[in-house]
Every structure is written in structure tokens, then in C-alpha cells.
Design a protein around this ligand. Structure first.
Ligand SMILES: Nc1nc2c(ncn2[C@@H]2O[C@H](COP(=O)(O)OP(=O)(O)OP(=O)(O)O)[C@@H](O)[C@H]2O)c(=O)[nH]1
Ligand SMILES: [Mg+2]
Length: 451
């Protein structure tokens, strides 16, 4: 009993109500042993009377109804292809729709959340629209903002899961559960942008391709177009969402519906009188296209498959396949692994310790490298400085020599000048003496004459 409660709890954690119901349909005491790991010696016992745990599925359903559900749809398609009209038609309401411009410089994603209620079931629905998809000259990068958006929602969920204090029970799960890919009703083939985008997204989200505005294409052309699209998807290895076949209660209808993909849809919120009742339709001068008439388009098939039959599977696939893949890649990227190279299991703690050790070794290595680099740089600088000092010393010596030479030359000049000056002085003295002697001789002659 405890074990089955555990199993049910686990399933409930994964919001796998459908699977829980399926298990419990077959559950009787003799089956309990199936849940157990082998060889644990648990004996099946039959009960003598009513105990009450058969109400577990009801408890689970009540709890889920209380908590409410959330569902997130991403609509990818060119501007004006009919995304908003189809959403309004699908949920029978009027979401806030703004017409997008055809001149956006890049693709943006616009998400809007609504609280809806049908009977006593509350649904928190988020509709994400691509704005400006396929409008740019270079269409190669159109898918990137979409990929980034989906990854961001996975990342937020992962961050919440990795928190010490998690609050996943009231966390607003914004992961995209279904992606309606609107194919233009050209009747020819898929555009390369369609193939590239779907290929980039198929491992991240459940893709449901739809042929938009199917009233603009004739019945025979539509048939050929559907075959062409499916063969192009297969030949390009694009994995679209397949309605699940593991639950026998819906396996038959899902098998049939898988054969109708991609659904050719018509959207309209306009009511037109047909016979004696009002129906959702598009009215043309030549007739009326009824949205909910299965011989006119596949709208009802889409609504049945997306909302009534497989909504829970879409949520489950998002969690168990796409999110799991994102989480695994992300944790592996961070260096976490379940086993070591010898395939022995490794705990998170061991991985953390190993990572820490690796980091410390790397840090030490970097520190050593930096120290060596520092020493090397100091040595280089030192030798540069020594070289500069030697240069300076050389120039100083040269200047000193120059100065000494100049001083010697000046001293030589001074000595020569002194010599000149003294010889001049001598000559002047001799001249003066001569002059004095001649004056004395002349005076003597005059005296003699007077006498
Ligand atoms: N023929 C036809 N016209 C449709 C269909 N669905 C929508 N339309 C028309 O296409 C035009 C654009 O529809 P929207 O639903 O606003 O398209 P959208 O993709 O939301 O446009 P943006 O948000 O501006 O990119 C409107 O005039 C709709 O009436 C359809 O199934 N068939
Ligand atoms: Mg719109």
C-alpha cells in the first residue's frame, strides 16, 4: 500500500494524472508486487474489508482541480497568417490581439497569460506569439529568438529546481507545452525557413504543424500539399509531435489523427447563420466555410487533439522529454555526471568535490603561471633598466671626455694668448725704451747747438 502511494505521489509530482488513472484502473492487491524492485520479499495480502485508499485517484483529481492547470502555447507563423484568429477560435474567446507591423527589424516574442475557467477547472493559459517572423530580409536568424525564448523558460524552471528552498508547487511554469507551426497555404512546399525553424525546435518543443487559412486552397491541392509537407519533414529529419499510442483508450483516435497531420485549419470568430443555427464561419460571395465542419477543415480535429485528448500528454512530454534533455545537457555542461569513466555511479557530492578539486588545481596552475610571468617580467624590466643605465653611463663618459678635450683646447688657447700678451708687453717696453733714448739724444744735440 505504502509503495503504491509512493508511486502515485511520484506520478502526481510529474503531473501525470492520465498515467495515474491508467495504473489505478488495473490496480488490485495482487498487482502491488509489480511496483517493487525484485527480491525484496513483499507479500501480497488481500483485505478483509473496505479500507478507503481506492479513493486516492479522486483525491488526486480533487487536488489537481483545486490547484488548477497551466498550459502554454507558442504560435509560430508569418505576420498576418491567422495566429490570433485561430487562438480566439480554439478557446472560444477574444484574447487581446494587436496587429503586428511587417517592418520589425528582428523577430520578437510576445507572451500573454490569461486565466480561463471551464466548469470548475481553472486553466492558466499563456499564448506566445512570434512578432515579425519571416519579415526580415535575412531570414536565417528568425528562429534564434524562438530558440532563446524556449531555453529561457527551461532555464527558469531548472533554476527553481536547483534552489535550496524550492516552491515548484506554486511556481508559474512557463515552459512551452505545444508549438503550433503555421504553414502558409501555398500548395507548393515548405519554405526553407519553415524547415530550418522546425529542425532547430524539434528537440525542444512539441511541434504541431498546421496549414493556415486552409479555405484558400482547394481540396485536391490540400491533399497533395499535406503529403508533400510530411515527406519533406521526414526527408529533413524533422520530428513533429505524434499523438501518443500507449494509452489504449485514445490509441485508436490518435492513430487516425496522426494520419491527418498537418491539420488544415480555418479560423474565424464571426458567427454566420447556417440552417437554423449560428455557427463560426467565414462568409464569401460564393459560400460559407464552416470552421467546425469536418468536411470543410480540420479545426475540430486540432481542437480535439490539442485540448480534449492530449493536453496532459503535451505537458508530460514537455517535462519528461524536452525539459529532461535541456536539464541533462545543462548539467553535463556544468560538469555533472551520473557515472565516472569506469561507469561507477557518482553522487552529486562527489562530482562537486571533484569539480572543486579540479578548480583548485586549475587556480593553483594559473597562480603559478602568473607568478612565473611576473618574475619573468621583472627580470626583463631589470635587464632593460640595466641596459638603459649602461647607455647613460657611456653617454656620460663620452660627455666627460668631450668636456676634458674642450677644456684642454681652451687652456692651450689661453696659454698662447698669455704668450702673445707677454711678447707684446716686451716689445712695447723695448719700443718705449727706444723712444726714451732717442728723446734724450735729441735734447743733447739741441743744447750743444745753443751753446
Ligand atoms: N481566409 C482566411 N483568412 C483568415 C483566417 N484566419 C485569419 N484570417 C484573416 O487573416 C488576417 C490576419 O489574421 P490574424 O489572426 O490577425 O493574423 P496574425 O497571424 O495573428 O497576425 P499578426 O499577429 O499581426 O502577425 C485577418 O484579416 C483574419 O480575418 C483563415 O483561416 N482564412
Ligand atoms: Mg496576431
Amino acid at each position: 500500500y505504502l509503495l503504491s502511494v509512493k508511486v502515485i505521489e511520484n506520478m502526481a509530482v510529474q503531473s501525470n494524472l492520465h498515467t495515474v488513472r491508467k495504473w489505478l484502473q488495473h490496480l488490485d492487491n495482487d498487482l502491488f508486487v509489480q511496483f517493487l524492485p525484485q527480491g525484496q520479499g513483499v507479500r501480497p495480502l488481500s483485505l478483509a474489508g473496505h479500507v478507503g485508499f481506492d479513493s486516492l485517484p479522486d483525491q488526486l483529481v480533487n487536488k489537481s482541480i483545486c490547484q488548477g492547470f497551466c498550459f502554454n502555447i507558442l504560435c509560430i507563423g508569418e505576420t498576418g497568417i491567422g495566429k490570433s484568429t485561430l487562438m480566439d477560435t480554439l478557446f472560444n474567446t477574444n484574447f487581446e490581439n494587436l496587429e503586428s507591423s511587417h517592418f520589425e527589424p528582428q523577430v520578437k516574442l510576445h507572451a500573454q497569460t490569461y486565466d480561463l475557467q471551464e466548469s470548475n477547472v481553472r486553466l492558466r493559459l499563456t499564448v506566445v506569439n512570434t512578432v515579425g517572423f519571416g519579415d526580415q530580409m535575412n531570414k536565417q536568424e528568425s528562429y534564434q529568438p524562438v530558440v532563446d525564448y524556449i531555453d529561457r523558460q527551461f532555464e527558469s524552471y531548472l533554476q527553481e529546481e536547483l534552489k535550496i528552498k524550492r516552491s515548484l508547487h506554486n511556481y508559474h511554469d512557463s515552459r512551452v507545452h505545444a508549438c503550433l507551426y503555421f504553414i502558409s497555404p501555398s500548395g507548393h512546399s515548405l519554405k526553407s525557413l519553415d524547415l530550418v525553424t522546425m529542425k532547430k525546435l524539434d528537440s525542444k518543443v512539441n511541434i504541431i504543424p498546421v496549414i493556415a487559412k486552409a479555405d484558400t486552397i482547394s481540396k485536391s491541392e490540400l491533399h497533395k500539399f499535406k503529403i508533400k509537407i510530411m515527406s519533406e519533414l521526414v526527408s529533413n529529419g524533422v520530428q513533429i509531435y505524434q499523438f501518443p499510442l500507449d494509452d489504449e483508450t485514445v490509441a485508436k483516435v490518435n492513430t487516425t489523427m496522426n494520419g491527418h497531420l498537418p491539420f488544415a485549419v480555418v479560423g474565424s470568430t464571426e458567427e454566420v447563420s447556417v440552417g437554423n443555427k449560428m455557427v463560426k464561419a467565414r462568409q464569401y460571395p460564393w459560400g460559407v466555410v464552416q470552421v467546425e465542419n469536418e468536411s470543410h477543415c480540420d479545426f475540430v480535429k486540432l481542437r480535439e487533439m490539442l485540448i480534449c485528448v492530449n493536453m496532459e500528454d503535451l505537458r508530460e512530454q514537455t517535462h519528461t522529454r524536452h525539459y529532461e534533455l535541456y536539464r541533462r545537457c545543462k548539467l553535463e555542461e556544468m560538469g555533472f555526471k551520473d557515472t565516472d569513466p569506469e561507469c561507477k555511479p557518482v553522487s552529486l557530492q562527489q562530482t562537486y568535490e571533484a569539480k572543486r578539486q579540479e578548480f583548485l588545481v586549475e587556480l593553483q596552475k594559473r597562480e603559478d603561471e602568473m607568478r612565473q610571468m611576473f618574475v619573468q617580467r621583472v627580470k626583463e624590466k631589470e635587464s632593460e633598466l640595466k641596459e638603459a643605465e649602461r647607455d647613460l653611463q657611456g653617454r656620460f663618459e663620452q660627455l666627460k671626455r668631450l668636456h676634458a678635450d674642450e677644456k684642454a683646447a681652451l687652456e692651450e688657447k689661453k696659454r698662447l694668448l698669455d704668450e702673445d700678451q707677454s711678447s707684446f708687453g716686451k716689445r712695447r717696453a723695448a719700443a718705449q725704451l727706444l723712444q726714451a733714448q732717442s728723446l734724450t739724444a735729441n735734447g743733447k744735440k739741441d743744447k750743444d747747438r745753443k751753446k
